[in-house]
Design a protein around this ligand. Sequence first.
Ligand code: ADP
Length: 378
Amino acid sequence: MPLNQETVLQALEGIKGPDGSTPLPRSGALGGVVVKDGRVFISIEVDRRLATEAEPMRERVEKLVAGLDGVASVLVTLTAQKPAGAAVAPAPHAHSHVAPAPGPKAQAARAGIAVVGVKTIIAVASGKGGVGKSTTACNLALALQALGNKVAVLDADIYGPSMPRLFDLKGKPEVVDGRIMRPLDAYGLKVMSIGFLVEEETPMIWRGPMVMSAITQMLRDVQWGEIDIMVVDMPPGTGDAQLTMAQSVPLAGAVIVSTPQDLALIDARRGVAMFRRVEVPILGVVENMSTFICPSCGTETNIFGHGGARHEAERLGVPFLGEIPLALDIRTTSDAGTPVMVSAPNGPHAAAYKAMAQGVLDSLAGQNSRPAPMIVME
Ligand code: ADP
């Protein structure tokens, strides 16, 4: 029998769904079955409160599918269904002045899939591509490490994973214990990238359940060890995939990267709104490609304007984490796989990234010591 979605579904008829009697494919819990080149991705939706009870079912599915003809690899993930009444809050109305502070429900949801060993997870996000989000994520992670933290990087940019290039990582993660992956090491950071899992040249259509599966696998099935801060490089933009991710990763906060132009700032504002919608605190806004420093004469020019992100951060009532100039050596070191934090750790750019990292730590500390801040919407 050929291996396809149909044959997998047929096999799954032999497994009982979460109620213990209805076959899984008819139980309504099957979120998605994707079969591609012998690789099978399955997601099962369960009430998050029953996640532990559902684990044996997940294992049975994995074992059964692994035994089917033609299966090279199988990934079965439990995706937490929101308990009744905990649906995503609607976007704040344009003229509402005060949005509620993160409620206990959202905090519980975020804590629901905490990653073993990882103390804090933060997202680096942008309203659109090309603003230097990945470059910032990579150097910010190194700067957090320089300040004495154990740091991991999870490259979740499903549209264009950059960490293999930024850190010059060519290998694949080693699989230990059957399905647990060992992250790669880059300058002391533990790095996992969606780019290690999918072939670079293969275009992938990311369906909702696959996004969830891939993220869940990279969070849970990786031997992270003890980590103080994990930096997640999010896919750019504010669409469904980004929203799904913002909800499914237990984020302590998000850093928004923007360039100073008005258009980029409008997108950055959307980014801030998206995280607020899922009640993830904004740790701050960064202005990347701020002023241009001429490599030959050192003159500073404000190619895209300057100071827009600082102003925007003030307007939105979120911290401003600093400016990173548009500098040739930031670009060349990124492309060479030797980020500027590594190649010039005592230079001015490294100092700017370290100040940014300190700002992130301050925002995180402020969150823990203060009552949840009131969020003022325009
Ligand atoms: P994104 O993740 O937002 O798509 P990248 O981090 O991949 O953006 O950056 C896009 C391009 O801009 C890359 O070639 C990168 O080297 C370059 N770049 C990013 N930040 C800077 C900067 N501050 N100065 C110079 N080049 C930069």
